[in-house]
Each structure stands twice: as C-alpha cells, then as structure tokens.
Design a binder for this molecule. Structure first.
Ligand code: ZN
Length: 173
C-alpha cells in the first residue's frame, strides 16, 4: 500500500517546473507523451508509472500557478494527501521516513522540495522575467538579481530588445 519517498532535489524541482517550455511560441509539455514521460521521470529518480506522470503533471501545473501568483499556496494541499511520517528505530536512534500513496512519491517530493527552497531561499524560485517565456529560475547567486531563466536565451533576447528600443526611439521633444 505504501512506498518510500524518493527525495526530490532542487534541480529536479526546477526540471518539473520547466517541463512546459514554449518552443517557437508553442507551449510544449515534456510529459505529454507516455513513453517520453516514463524515461523523463526515471532519469530523475521516479518510477515512471502512468499514475506518477499524472500526479507530477498536476502538481506541476498547481505549483506553476502558485509561483506566478495565480493560485494560493493552499492549492498544493491535496497533493500531500495520504503522506505521513513514520519513525523507526535504527542503531543511531529514531529515524524518520515518509510514506506516500502509490505513484505519489515524486509529486509529494516536489511539494516538499518547493517548501524547502521557499524556507531556505525565500523569493529565489521565480518565473523568468521575460513575459514570453514560461520557465522558472532558482537564483543561487549572492546578489539575488537574476531575472532570466538563462542568460544565453532570455537574457540576450531581452538585452537585444532593450537595445533595439533605445536605438529606435523617436527623438524626444
Ligand atoms: Zn526565460
């Protein structure tokens, strides 16, 4: 009935959030195709089941909404359903493990990973500042001034646009 949780780290959390990129202006879902989703999930510590894929897509959509300010944090509540902590005695003392419903290890892990990032790095997981980009970034820098999912893609694109606007503005006056 229950299975152990797979730990979801920051990189996998970001991969999940960024699995709906825009390609040539068309929204994609990297988890839409069952076979591709299975490989994608397994590469990131998941089991690759259809149940897991559905749960990850749902938690992804909700979490994207929360990070964009379109949904309240409470929208993530249902994804924790059936999860519980279980203490067990080891040589070192009591150790806690997390039990989840079948196929929910990764989706629960995503919520827990988001919460851990939110506490440890408040405000640093955020949408790319390019309004035409659907990706998210986790700013790990000291200055916390990153605005783009990637300097190579959105950073340069937005710089070029600003440069174009500056150099093509009608003369004032
Ligand atoms: Zn971007």
């Amino acid at each position: 009935m229950f299975e152990a949780m797979t730990w979801v780290d920051e990189d996998v959390l970001l991969d999940v959030l960024n699995s709906t990129p825009l390609v040539d202006g068309v929204p994609q879902d990297l988890l839409a195709d069952p076979a591709e989703a299975r490989a994608w999930l397994r590469q990131r510590g998941g089991e690759g089941s259809a149940q897991e894929r559905d749960a990850v897509r749902e938690v992804r959509d909700a979490l994207q909404g929360v990070l964009r300010g379109a949904l309240p944090v409470s929208a993530l509540g249902p994804f924790l359903e059936g999860a519980g902590c279980r203490p067990a005695m080891s040589e070192q003392g009591v150790e806690w493990s997390l039990d989840v419903l079948p196929g929910r290890a990764m989706s629960v892990g995503v919520v827990l990973a988001w919460d851990a990032v939110r506490r440890a790095r408040p405000g640093r997981l955020r949408p790319c500042a390019n309004g035409e980009c659907r990706l998210f970034l986790l700013d790990r820098s000291k200055t916390n001034r990153a605005r783009w999912c990637s300097m190579a893609v959105c950073g340069n694109r937005m710089k070029a646009r600003r440069h174009y606007q500056r150099t093509h503005q009608p003369p004032a006056g």
